[in-house]
Design a protein around this ligand. Structure first.
Ligand code: KG4
Ligand code: ZN
Length: 337
């Protein structure tokens, strides 16, 4: 089954053609980074306008690259939640138009379910059940993937998402946008023991995360150094901060796997591109003879191939949208359309 999938939830306009949920026939990602760089973050209205400008051309290119015409496509899939509402509406409306004009089913896909499904492309043998750590710019979740479309959130952040914490700390250290990936590169050249940072945890809920205190600890150390007329060493602070975030994520993830009885552990989301996080998950799983699933770098950030992968399983479960499908800025991963 060939699905043409569309992703426009944030600042990437992406279209892909995916076969049977596992094989990429084409995948185009048009990033808007250059447009938002001067503002130091994504500007929602600019993002929506950029999506509307490029979505038709990107779709044509994805079809051309796949060697398919619309007549070969069996369904249209689209991210309908969560994300920037204006951005989502562009993708949803465009997908509706394609579905109506070509008399094709329209499959609504939750963005975070899509991130999980990136693993189905990188590991064609992977099947639920498994435990997944989703770490993106807006979310940090530990999710039980019981079945392809049956998921249960067992832990989540109480404040900042992991990616958001990376971006905010990068910004206060003057690291260029997009902060997370650049901070990760600088951390490779720093000493993670140079600065003492806390490993915050949430007392009442052992799998939840809290990153805002960690972010404040970095800001305080920067201020203290300034008061003494000094500057912090950006590479060392990047390494120390990255180590603290990865410790917090891995502690809860491994604890949840042990307690809930999972030996298949997957990573998902933009922060899954983090070098230390990837290394730590492989190491922790190897030690215990567990299986680690870590998506290819190109599938960690937002893309439409992951949406096409999840769409295949949504369709098989009968999740097809009617033409009144709406977009939602927030929506739990375990709710249906
Ligand atoms: O999944 P994603 O592309 O978009 C959302 O759905 O939010 O995630 C983007 C987030 C950003 O916060 C970005 O800074 C972070 O992922 N990120 C990283 C790395 N690459 C991207 N964070 C840490 N290390 C990286 N290498
Ligand atoms: Zn994402």
């Amino acid at each position: 089954m060939k699905i043409l999938s569309i992703e426009s939830s944030c600042d990437e306009t992406a279209v892909a053609v995916v076969d049977d949920g596992r094989y990429i026939l084409s995948s185009i990602v048009a990033s808007q980074i250059e447009k938002h760089k001067i503002y130091g973050g994504v500007v929602p209205e600019i993002a929506s306008r950029c999506h509307i400008e490029v979505i038709s051309d990107i779709t044509k290119k994805a079809l051309d690259d796949s060697g398919c015409g619309l007549k070969d496509i069996d369904a249209i899939a689209v991210t309908y939640a969560p994300g920037l509402i204006g951005s989502l509406l562009v993708g949803v409306n465009f997908a509706k138009g394609l579905a109506i004009a070509n008399n094709l089913p329209l499959i609504p896909v939750h963005h975070l379910r899509g991130h999980i499904a990136a693993n189905y492309i990188s590991y064609p043998e992977l099947m639920p059940p498994f435990l997944c750590l989703i770490v993106s710019g807006g979310h940090s979740h530990i999710v039980e993937v019981k079945e392809y479309t049956k998921l249960k959130v067992v832990g989540q952040t109480r404040d900042d998402a992991a990616g958001e914490a990376f971006d905010k700390v990068a910004r206060v250290m003057g690291i260029m946008y997009p902060g997370g990936a650049n901070l990760d590169k600088l951390a490779d050249q720093g000493d993670e023991k140079a600065y003492m940072l806390p490993r915050p945890f949430v007392k009442e809920s052992e799998y939840d995360f809290s990153f805002s205190g960690l972010k404040t600890a970095v800001i305080n150390q920067i201020h203290k150094a300034k008061q003494k007329g000094k500057n912090i060493n950006v590479k060392d602070m990047s390494a120390s901060f990255r180590a603290a975030v990865v410790d917090c994520l891995m502690n809860n993830f491994i604890k949840a796997a042990k307690n809930l009885g999972y030996n298949k552990l997957a990573l998902a989301g933009g922060v899954a591109a983090n070098k230390l996080l990837r290394l730590r998950l492989s190491g922790e799983c190897k030690k215990r003879n567990w299986h680690a699933y870590i998506p290819n770098m190109s599938l960690c950030g937002d893309n439409a191939a992951m949406i096409g992968a999840q769409a295949y399983y949504e369709y098989k479960c009968g999740n097809v949208a009617t033409m009144d499908l709406n977009a939602y800025a927030t929506l739990s991963i375990d709710s249906l359309t």
